[in-house]
Structure formats: C-alpha cells, structure tokens
Design a protein around this ligand. Sequence first.
Ligand SMILES: Cc1ncc(COP(=O)(O)O)c(C=O)c1O
Length: 366
Amino acid sequence: MSQSLIGASKFDLDTPLLCIDLDRMEANIRKMAATCAARGVQWRPHEKCHKTPAIAQLELAAGAIGVTCAKVSEAEVMAAGGIRDILIATMVVGERKWQRIAALCRHADPIVTIDHFAQAEPLAAICRAAGVAPRVILEVNLGLDRVGVRPGRDTLELAQAVSKLQGLRFAGIMGYEGHLLRIADPVEKEQKINAAIGLLTGCADAIRQAGLPCDIVSAGGTGSYQITVNCPGITELQAGGGIFMDPFYKNDCQVGELEYALTVLATVVSRPTLERAVLDSGRKTMHPDLALPVVVGHPDARVKRLSAEHCELELGPHSQDLKIGDKLELVVGYGDFTTVLHDEFHGFRNNRLEVVWPILGRGKLT
Ligand SMILES: Cc1ncc(COP(=O)(O)O)c(C=O)c1O
C-alpha cells in the first residue's frame, strides 16, 4: 500500500487489510517489559509474530535486551535492521547455515541454540576459520518433547563438551514450556510450569557447580510468561506474541492484562440469507489454526467457516442489519500464523493510518 495513504481513515481503505492498533500494541509492549523489569528478568521477545525490525526497535526502546528469532534468515533481517543481540532459538544445521552464522557475527552478536555436539563441532570449525566466536546455548527438553537435550547429566556433559570448543562461547541454556500453556486449572498450570522451569534452573545450577558460566537461562512464551517470570533462576523471557495478543492466548492460555491489537479489516461481499454474511477475508488472510477470528463490535456474529477467500459469519439478531459493502474488523485467532500471510502492517491511531511497515521477515524460512 502506498505511503501516500498515511492519515486516511481506516474504514476508507481497501480490504482485506492487516491492522495494528498502535496505542494497544505500545501498551502491551510496555506491560510486558514492565512485568519483566519488576522481577529483575530481562526481556528477549520472540519476533516470529511480527518479523519486522521496526517493531523490534519499539521493543528495544521499551527495555528489551534483544530479540529471539526462529530462523537464521529472520536473524539476518533483524541484524540488517540494526539489532545486535539476537537469539536464534531453533537448531541451525548445514554447512551453508553455519557459514551464514559466521557472516552474521560481523554485523551482530548472535546466539545459536544447539542440543547436540554434532551441531556444535562443525559450527565451531567454520567460526574458528572465519575468526569469529558466536555465543552458544543449549536447549533443554522441559517436557515439550520437541527438541532439546535431556535435563541432568546429558545437559551437563554437553555443556562441558561445547565449552571446550574454540570458535564458540558457551553462554547458557534455554527451554520452552510450550506443552503447559493450555492447562485450564491455574493452580495446576503454575505447579507444572514451576516444575518444568525447575528442571532448567537445576541444569543451570549443575553447570555452574561444575565451574562453567551459565549467564543465560532463557524460557517463557506469552501463554505462560506471567508464571515463568516469577520462577527463580530465569534470567530472560522469550514471550513475544503478547504484543498483539489474540483469542488463543486469552481463551486457551488465560492470559490477562494484555489487549487485542491486531485485526483484519474486511468487507461484507455477500448476504445470502438473513443469518449469514460473507466477508472477503478467508484462510489466505486469516489463518484459522489454534483459534478462529473474533468479530469486533458484533458479539452475536460468529465465524462459522473459512475457505480460501471467504469468511462465513453466522449472525444473531443484533447483527442482521449488516449490508453488502459494510466494513468490519476481526481479531485474528492466532497472530503468528496470520501475519506471515501479509506483506505489510498498517498501524492506526484513533483509526487514522499512521504508519505502514513492510513485514521484512516474511518468507524468511531458512
Ligand atoms: C522457543 C520458543 N520460545 C518462545 C515461544 C513463545 O512465543 P510467543 O510468546 O510468541 O507465543 C515459542 C513459541 O512457539 C517458542 O517456540
């Protein structure tokens, strides 16, 4: 979209349109940063929900120490956007990627995550040859059973082996308690998260007792951050998606305090029956996994079905006056999967377009 539309009213713009309520996003950023600061924990927000250096810069301005990225290519985008302290929180494997890490060290201070010596040794060799030494942390499996070295002896032995490698700087450990986000009972959720994070901090203690530094102990997502931030021994929190907030975090993970900031503006393109309206925004605009979009301002209108280009609404009596051509907003169900469908964010204040940000990390999957 042309920058010349800056200043336009939201409801005069063409649809579908990915919209940020800037006041709300900024308030969410402030709240997440303040929650971390109040507990003496550093904030390293995951940027996978926005993949946009301009938004990462707002997080840094609010107190974040750096960012967490999923992929090397996202880290390259963040580095090009002036961000230095970048954790890459997935396994980096393959000659080309290791070369890219060595190159990244010229512009940034990346942290690479590993869970096996087979990822560390060749990376160390390439970095040695390039005359650089990135930081490395180990991912510990906290029960998610995705990646991660087993807590206990395996973690300690890997830390000892990696810290002997020239070309890398062993910096600590991380874990992700993503299997515990949706526990409905708050007491059980807190107990299980405390236990999982206890596995991580127990590993940090063992590593330090063995005489190694363990400066970074990183964990936490939006669905758990209010609990994880209170766990003693955590040094930094990775929660990121909360800057947009969404129905998945709110309803499935019971996250309070943050407000919905990300919407899609859509147009009613068909009114087949009194009880049905069809919008111009389907699965290629709003990803339906994890949670369905929620219609703003029409509590009795419900998303019934999404096909590629259409969203079918079921209308209660208070929404049946919707007409073809009307525009309405939907809070996207899970921001992460939706933002990557779009080229640009449109930032609004009081419903006036203030900024257009290209989503520079979109499609950066390597
Ligand atoms: C390694 C890691 N950290 C943190 C998160 C949490 O991210 P968010 O706060 O955006 O939900 C995730 C989510 O998948 C993750 O994989």
